[in-house]
Design a protein around this ligand. Structure first.
Ligand SMILES: [Fe+2]
Ligand SMILES: [Fe+2]
Length: 120
């Protein structure tokens, strides 16, 4: 599967994530109060892949924190829903990192990407 096909698959999965999270919000009778983050864009394809990968990195970090919080609160169904989502987000990291030729785990990828200081 080429990267364009992978990105199309990611887009469908992201919609599924939004629907899964909205079902959980319905369960709790809650309404989202946060504004979506703005999307970083570039004319360079490689930079766009990096921005997408960095967004996935942040997403994975945030879901890990939310899973821990849900477990601490005893909200195990929510934690399970979020665990399935973070598993897919890590797959997105793998696809993007593979396309860029870097490691998927951002904790092992410090100092790489657009804007990173170049090694001399
Ligand atoms: Fe997602
Ligand atoms: Fe994703």
């Amino acid at each position: 599967m080429d990267i364009a096909d992978q990105l199309e698959t990611h887009a469908h999965q992201e919609l599924d994530h939004a629907l899964a999270v909205s079902k959980q919000l319905d369960y709790f009778g809650a309404y989202p109060v946060h504004e979506p983050k703005s999307v970083q864009v570039s004319e360079k394809n490689e930079d766009m892949l990096w921005f997408d990968l960095q967004a996935e990195d942040e997403t994975v970090r945030n879901y890990r924190e939310r899973i821990r919080q849900a477990q601490e609160l005893g909200e195990f169904a929510l934690a399970e829903v979020l665990q399935e989502i973070v598993r897919q987000e890590q797959d997105h990291q793998i696809d993007l990192a593979t396309a860029l030729g870097v490691v998927p785990d951002d904790r092992q990828r410090q100092g790489q990407g657009p804007g990173a200081a170049s090694a001399s």
